[in-house]
Design a protein around this ligand. Sequence first.
Ligand code: MG
Length: 388
Amino acid sequence: MKKISILGSTGSIGKSTIDVIKNHPDKFRIVGLAARNNVVLLEEQIRFFKPEIAAVYDDEAAETLRRKKLPVEILSGEDGIIRVATHAEADTVVSAIVGSAGLVPTHEAIKSGKDIALATKEALVMAGSIIMNEAAKKNVRILPVDSEHSAVFQCLHGRDMNEVDKVVLTASGGPFLGKDIAELDSVTPEDALKHPTWDMGRKISIDSATLMNKGLEVIEACWLFDLPPEKVEVILHPQSIVHCMVKFVDGSMIAHMSVPDMKGPISYALSYPERFGGVIPKVDLAEVRDLTFFRPDEKKYPALQLTYAALRAGGTMPCVMNAANEIAVEAFLESKIAFTSITRVVSMTMTAHKVQKTDSIDTVISSSGWAKETAKDIVENSELRIQN
Ligand code: MG
């Protein structure tokens, strides 16, 4: 029986994780649950799973839940989330808190020796060297939950990394694949939230439309598989059936295919090294018929160039890129800036940044804070601000 804590149990990944676990009550037990503020769903989860520990990030939401007289103490704030992440009973922590808020709890979970099923890519984007070093020191396994990285992990299984020539991550291209660059200036948040193949949260849906999500995934792949940036490539593949391709030095290539459903990678991260049956429907290639691929247009998707620039700059730059993007996406969702200004805000923030070494979590957090303030200032006080 594997004992699991879920950080971000009411989000999109959290809910899929709960589905996977419900199907295998003989294999898993939930010992900890943490969410940001969705008390209605969290209450339901607590009553069903009766965890040892539960936390809500938002203080007011925690107070609401405490009044429900649940069979578990409700903790709150970042401290509460960390206590769920480090609870003695848990073997594996599913790290699925959206954005930079997931970094510290994930780091603490690793420090306390928990295996990590990692969906929060920001932890590696912001503090890859710290996270990977700590995991190696504590002999902690980081199992990717991101679909592309789970795919790479499965293709690389048992391979010598010297045999790997390139790792290619696929991107659906998001809802604007068929649009010209000129049309992108006037797209609305509603347009951007309509993802053609994946059903995801708001932030990641916008990141998919700009390809910033793929950029963050390139950085994530470099850390997870110890690859230099030039060995990680991105290709557009609108059907989202092939999740990655690993090219080997002898010219052969192994690809990973499945229907686009996060329950696949979540289940593999939890069951590894086993595979469970009946997780997701099987792909019928005769039904799919066409698998198409094309190179992303760098002008249309500047997020990819920013990613490789951030990787080349190293240190705190990927963290700054990520933080500026969080603010820019928020500003776009609030109709303060145009869709095409998202990457402009990121680029301007990166230009203003002096790179530091990522020698501690504090350095990372303060760079992230600096980038958020700088990006906010650009949103409010530059020509990018839409005047309503
Ligand atoms: Mg992904």
